[in-house]
Structure formats: C-alpha cells, structure tokens
Design a protein around this ligand. Structure first.
Ligand SMILES: Nc1ncnc2c1ncn2[C@@H]1O[C@H](COP(=O)(O)OP(=O)(O)OP(=O)(O)O)[C@@H](O)[C@H]1O
Ligand SMILES: [Mg+2]
Length: 316
C-alpha cells in the first residue's frame, strides 16, 4: 500500500489550476525528489500532503486514509515539514521552536530539552544556540533549525522544501549525508524539493520532474538518468547534468576489477587512486594521466584491484 497517494487531484488558486488530474503514489521508504522550474507546483504538492491546503477535487491519502478523515494534529505529528521560508517563530527561543510539535503533544520538559540538544547537535550547531531567538541566527543557521524542528517528533514522513538553499557548501554536504543516513537507517519516507540537480541525484531513490503541474518524468534514479527517451523539456532542463551527477555518486570501489591479468612487476606502472573516490574522478584521472587503467587502493594504500573505463559499463 502506498504511504501517500494523489488521485485525480485538482488544485486552483483564484480559479487558476496549478495541479489538474494529478496522480502520484509514493511507497513507504522512498526518497522522492521533486524537481521543476519556479512556479510549477512543488510547494503546493507538499502543502497538500500535510493538509495545509485542500484540493478542489480528488483525494489525497496518507497511510491509506483520506486527509479529510485525519485529525490534522495527529497527521502533522507524523509528518515533519521543512518549509521553504524556514518560518521560525520569532518570539520563541530556538529550543522552543525545535520542540514546537512536541509541545503540542504535551511532551515533558526534560524530554523536549534532551531532544532539542540531540537535534541541534545533529544539524551541526552548538547547544548554546538553544537559548537564542531566531533573529540572532544567520539565514543558514535558521535553515538548519528548520530541519531540526521537522525531525523533532520522529515523523515517518519528512517533507523538505529546498531545505539547504541558504546553507554553505560544506555544511550542506554534511546535512545531505545525514539525511541519507536517516533515510537508510530509519526507513523514513522523504519528499524533497530542490533546484540543485546534483543534490537531487545524490539523495533521491526516485526523481520526479514537474512541468506546470504535470509529471514529465518519473523513474528510480538509475532509470531516470539512463533511460534515453526523454521529452525536449527534460532534455532542456538537464542537459548532461544528471548523468554527470550520477557518475559522481558511484564509488570506484563499486566497479573494481579484481581479476585483471596484470603481472605484479608492472603494477607500479599504473597510477593509483583511492577507491572511495567517484567514478567521475576515476575517469578524470584516466584522462589526466593518459592511462586506461588505474590501480585502486584503500586509505592505507593497500591495493584493492583495478579500475578502467570499461569496468563502469556494467554499472550503467
Ligand atoms: N496563495 C496563492 N495564491 C495565488 N497563487 C498562488 C498561491 N500560492 C502559489 N500560487 C501560484 O501557484 C503556482 C505554483 O506555486 P508553488 O509555490 O507550488 O510553486 P513552486 O514550484 O514551489 O515554485 P518555487 O520553485 O518558486 O518555490 C505559482 O504560479 C504560484 O504563483
Ligand atoms: Mg516552492
């Protein structure tokens, strides 16, 4: 059974349709990335899922129950939402902002304090920020608190609307890695909006490209990147950026050739490369060094096998 479904949904603003006959089903445990140009309806889809907006027509169900039958407080406890504009409450401290939903369900003060400390650490900030007010935080820090707040009640569905847009590159990468861990370890269902193609390919198990409220392309990551037939619209949107980003997500050690027949006397003739690097970096190194084959090593410089451009074919 899908965890979220849209059936023939229509949503208008002032009689102008943004979504029409919109259908989408999301299974438990998927990491779905929504991509599309500004104004195509991404935020509208997220707001419909947690009941902030109501459809004009059609049915949206969460956990197999139509939204009209849900108690919205119960629903939002199970859905974390990182909104596009962060939206921290200015009169509440950071701790109270993080614990907003826990307070609604009357969690104890000790539990809230403990959870706030865990979460602020999780988003890479110091506990001392808990006593501050949102105005005393930078935009990127506020955005991280927005992420912490969405995770506070340990929801099984997490909606994230461009959550890392204002965060610096290094923090962004570490937050992306943390989201991957949350997804893989805890089996959460995540719906994530971004304009960043690299971020989409790194995170998503499934990518959905929208065009004016319609789905243009919807596949699991590998098929999304490698299925040749695509609309002019998708071609224009991605060019080769999705493919390059995909090559960047696969590590060299995933396509090791261990049985290459190379005499050990010649081993030193091959340039070496760390197996944790991506195959895109492997290809780059082949080109830089003008070698078809690289010797792959681990962090301790132990040889693991060989990498060659041929060895990536079976992954594609
Ligand atoms: N409250 C509203 N009243 C009227 N029109 C609205 C309202 N909210 C959104 N719209 C319109 O609906 C369309 C879809 O908006 P939505 O916010 O879902 O886009 P988006 O894909 O999230 O865009 P962005 O990438 O810029 O955040 C846009 O044309 C927008 O102008
Ligand atoms: Mg939006």
């Amino acid at each position: 059974m899908p965890i979220i479904s849209f059936q023939d949904v229509r949503k208008t603003y002032d009689h102008v349709p943004v979504l029409d006959q919109f259908n989408l089903t999301i299974e438990q445990g998927e990491f779905v990335v929504l991509l599309g140009p500004s104004g195509c309806g991404k935020t509208t889809i997220l707001k419909l899922i947690n009941g902030l907006l109501k459809p004009d027509k059609g049915v949206i169900s969460v956990h197999s129950k139509a939204l009209s039958e849900w108690d919205l407080i119960q629903l939002r406890r199970r859905i974390g939402y990182v909104i596009q504009q962060v939206g921290l409450l200015p009169h509440l401290t950071i701790e109270k902002n993080i614990c907003y939903t826990l307070n609604l369900i009357k969690a104890s003060k000790d539990d809230m304090n403990k959870r706030a400390k865990e979460l602020i650490d999780f988003v890479g900030m110091d506990e001392s920020y808990l006593k501050r007010y949102p105005r005393a935080l930078s935009g990127g820090q506020q955005q991280r608190i927005g992420v912490a707040r969405a995770l506070a009640s340990d929801p099984d569905i997490i909606l994230m609307d461009e959550p890392f847009g204002a965060v610096d590159e290094v923090t962004r990468r570490s937050l992306q890695d943390e989201m991957l861990k949350i997804h893989q370890k805890l089996g959460k269902t995540i719906i994530f909006v971004t304009h960043d193609i690299e971020e989409a390919i790194k995170l998503g198990t499934r990518i959905v490209l929208l065009n004016e409220g319609r789905i243009d392309r919807d596949y699991n990551k590998k098929s999304f990147v490698l299925t040749k037939e695509r609309s002019d619209y998708a071609e224009h949107f991605f060019g080769s950026k999705d493919f390059i980003a995909y090559l960047n997500t696969i590590s060299i050690s995933a396509c090791l050739n261990k049985v290459m027949d190379i005499s050990s006397n010649h081993k030193d003739d091959y340039p070496s490369i760390n197996g944790n690097l991506s195959i895109l970096q492997g290809i780059q190194r082949c080109i830089e060094t003008q070698h078809n084959t690289l010797c792959v090593v681990d962090d301790q410089a132990h040889q693991l096998g060989y990498f060659s451009i041929n060895s990536i074919y079976h992954l594609l």
